[in-house]
Design a protein around this ligand. Structure first.
Ligand code: C2E
Ligand code: CA
Ligand code: CA
Length: 727
């Protein structure tokens, strides 16, 4: 006994004391006391009564409850039962009594309030101890503080709650799948993305991911391959079927989860529906590669397609043709009729071009009124020619819009792989050059590229450049061609025709620069200049005592675009002090008819100034008689192309007769231009043409030469020469 470090605190343990002093090896009593006193937790023996009266508690009692063992035993200060939280008491009692009833040990967790007021969780394990009659009288057991474990458990539970909430409420689909394509786990978002009402529906119905989910089953193979080699997939984009069979785009991020032996346990990852983004991307891509008006491929996409066609032709030993199509006079239509009509015409042209090509050929809009047709896989040049001829023919069909019919035409340039170039840029450039050549050859025709064309193109560019400076350098001249009254042989007037005295080139004819001046807008200042110059010259001639006559000035449609036209005509007349009766303005028939409504007003304003108006190149456009009747027109000028063969071609002769009749019926004078021979004159006079103009009488002349002619009199214009009998 003496060896015990402290007195045992209850009598109960004396029963266990074993005298080991003889053997000198084991004092069991001391050992047990040491253990029980130092045990974390509390060993106890209590009575089975209402207060669970403790007969013995070990030293651990203080640490566990904050009460000394002496305070708890025999309920000296408080009964252990009181420590148990009231809300747990009934459960604890029930569990213990049930165990006692059947004679088994029990385990129960509950909370106690410590002496310091804190609540802690404890685990009590115990067993009933029977009395001599075999009835359970005591409980002996062990109570330990499990607050820490309970806190950890709670944290775990909280973590699980949080993660499962994330899993359930994530907007991304989350999955775990087996390598053979079944779902182990899927969240509601995944079910939603794939069109299933519940995750159960998804997991039971989708049991072969490779075959049921992916539009291209190869995607799953690739997915698995990546998993095997990389262990992850990132932003793995695929098209998949939803439950209703519709197709969406998804992006997957996933990783492989392995067992401790390295074998694959499952794949887990996330899925987002990227259909909208894909559609947006596709729309952007379409926008970047297509023309917004016609929906045709644009320049960039066409370049790619030409490259593809070249690559293919190189492999197959075939040809590729790049066909550049440019509408003739589109600017005029667009400017005069308005952009919405211009747009409609472009749509029409796009449709017509597309109708001429095979499925694997393409039509692109290059910009403005330029289109490119790509003919791939061609065998012979004559095949290409056939298509080109068809394109020309199809485009030249008249176009009806809102009850009006318009004549349209285009100029076509063609270049071919391999002979003209072996890259898209070169082929396009060559086709463009060939197209300009077609324009120069009088439009409505085609031209195949030849190396000489390059020179022509640079010449054109050079011309355009020098034209920009021609006005300030005073290189323009006005020539005058007399207009003669058939009946009297008198010079009634002269047409002012511009010439360009270009350094190094000599006198350049307007046919080679008016179109460029119109395209570049230079025609406005040039037109204004010639108007002023013609008025000034005419006034000067009158002041010099020459018989008064009319000077005719050609107006470009482009000049009508500027609202100041009427004012500038008025100013030219006023500054020259010329009577408006001696100025005539010539407008081409095609223009007059193209924009009849709009220019009607301008014409009436001009007419109100007191000038004459003539319709030039009559017979080449599409005149509407009703317009002609409404317009304040004084003269029709029969186009020289009809006059040229008037004595040999019965059709031309008939047209000229019809124009004369028509003009007269409308009360207009009829002038024939391009009169070169006595035969021309004879025919015209016989059929009642009023006035003539042409080389037969005089070429266009510089002002001083015309003045000399006016003073000396014209050859061929004596009454005798005009076939009139002098009295
Ligand atoms: P246009 O108004 O039809 O002028 C008549 C053209 O026929 C002139 O050509 C004239 O020289 C030519 N010509 C005259 N008589 C004969 C003949 O007997 N036989 C042949 N084969 N041709 C004859 P030009 O001067 O070269 O002018 C060509 C075109 O340039 C003009 O055709 C006109 O559309 C335009 N143009 C000329 N000057 C001006 C101008 O100042 N402003 C504008 N906007 N255009 C002009
Ligand atoms: Ca003219
Ligand atoms: Ca003419």
């Amino acid at each position: 006994m003496s060896a015990l470090p402290r007195q045992p605190n209850t009598a109960g343990l004396t029963l266990l004391r074993t005298d080991t002093s003889e053997s000198g090896s084991l004092d069991l009593m001391r050992l047990l006391t040491t253990i029980t006193d130092n045990l974390v937790g509390m060993i106890f023996r209590c009575r089975i009564d209402d207060a669970w009266t403790m007969e013995y508690v070990s030293e651990g009692c203080f640490k566990l409850t904050g009460y000394r063992p002496t305070e708890l035993t025999f309920n000296r200060r408080i009964s252990y039962d009181r420590l148990t939280l009231p809300e747990d008491r009934e459960r604890v009692t029930r569990i213990i009594r049930e165990a006692l009833a059947v004679g088994v040990s029990f385990e129960v967790e509950y909370r106690i309030r410590r002496a310091d007021g804190f609540v802690c969780w404890v685990l009590e394990r115990g067993v009933g101890i029977p009395d001599d009659h075999g009835n359970p009288r005591w409980i002996e057991g062990y109570i330990q503080d499990i607050s820490e474990r309970m806190a950890v458990d709670e944290m775990l539970r909280e973590a699980v709650r949080r993660y499962s909430s994330l899993f359930d409420h994530a907007t991304e689909g989350i999955f775990q799948t087996t390598p053979d394509g079944r779902y182990l786990n899927a969240n509601p978002a995944l079910a939603r993305i794939y069109g299933h009402a519940t995750t159960d529906s998804l997991m039971t119905q989708l049991h072969d991911i490779q075959r049921q989910l992916y539009v291209l089953p190869g995607r799953r193979t690739e997915f698995i391959h990546l998993m095997q080699t990389e262990g992850v997939v990132r932003n793995f984009e695929s098209q998949v079927y939803r439950r209703d069979g519709s197709i969406i785009w998804i992006s997957e991020n996933a990783r492989v989860v392995r067992n401790s032996d390295g074998s694959v346990q499952f794949y887990e990852g996330t899925v987002v529906d990227i259909t909208e983004r894909k559609e947006h991307d596709a729309a952007l891509e379409h926008q970047a590669n297509h023309d917004s008006l016609t929906g045709l491929p644009n320049r960039a996409l066409m370049r790619d397609r030409i490259q593809q066609a070249i690559d293919q032709a190189r492999r197959n030993g075939r040809m590729v043709a790049v066909v550049f199509v440019d509408l003739d006079h589109f600017k005029l239509i667009n400017d005069s009729l308005g952009h919405h009509i211009g747009d409609r015409l472009l749509l029409e042209v796009a449709e017509r071009l597309t109708s001429c090509v095979r499925g694997n050929d393409s039509v692109a809009r290059q910009g403005g009124d330029e289109f490119v047709v790509l003919l791939s896989d061609q065998q012979r040049q004559d095949e290409i020619l056939t298509v080109v001829s068809r394109l020309l023919e199809v485009i030249s069909r008249p176009w009806s819009n809102a009850g009006e019919e318009y004549g349209i035409s285009c100029s076509i340039g063609v270049s071919c792989y391999p002979q003209d170039g072996n890259d898209p840029d070169t082929l396009l450039r060559c086709a463009d050059a060939a197209m300009y050549q077609a324009k120069d050859s009088g439009r409505s025709t085609h031209h195949f590229y030849t190396p000489e064309l390059n020179e022509a193109i640079s010449a054109r560019l050079e011309l355009e450049n020098s034209l920009r400076h021609a006005l300030e350098r005073q290189e323009f001249r006005v020539y005058y061609q007399p207009r003669i009254d058939i009946a009297t042989g008198r010079i009634l007037g002269a047409e002012a025709l511009i010439r360009w005295d270009c350094p190094g080139k000599g006198i350049v004819s307007p046919d080679s620069f008016i179109a460029i001046a119109e395209e570049t807008g230079l025609i406005t200042p040039i037109g204004e200049w010639i108007l002023r110059e013609a008025c000034r010259q005419n006034a000067a001639w009158q002041r010099d005592g020459l018989p008064p006559m009319t000077v005719s000035v050609n107006l470009s449609p482009i000049q009508f675009r500027h609202s100041g036209l009427v004012e500038s005509v008025a100013a030219a007349l006023q500054d020259a002090a010329l009577d408006p009766a001696y100025l005539e303005l010539e407008l081409t028939e095609s223009f007059v008819m193209h924009d009849a409504e709009r220019i009607n007003d301008a014409m009436h304003s001009l007419k109100a100034l007191g000038v004459d108006i003539s319709v030039d190149d009559f017979g080449t456009g599409y005149s509407s008689l009703s317009y002609l009747k409404r317009f304040p027109v004084d003269r029709l000028k029969v186009d020289k192309s009809f006059v040229r063969d008037i004595d040999t071609d019965p059709d031309d002769a008939a047209i000229v007769r019809a124009i004369i009749t028509l003009g007269h019926a409308l009360g207009l004078k009829v002038v024939a231009e391009g009169v070169e021979t006595a035969a021309h004159l004879d025919y015209l006079r016989t059929h009642g043409c009023d006035e003539v103009q042409g080389y037969y009488f005089s070429k266009p002349l510089p002002a001083d030469a015309l003045e000399a002619l006016l003073r000396s009199g014209l050859p061929h214009s004596t009454p005798a020469a005009l076939g009139q009998v002098t009295a």
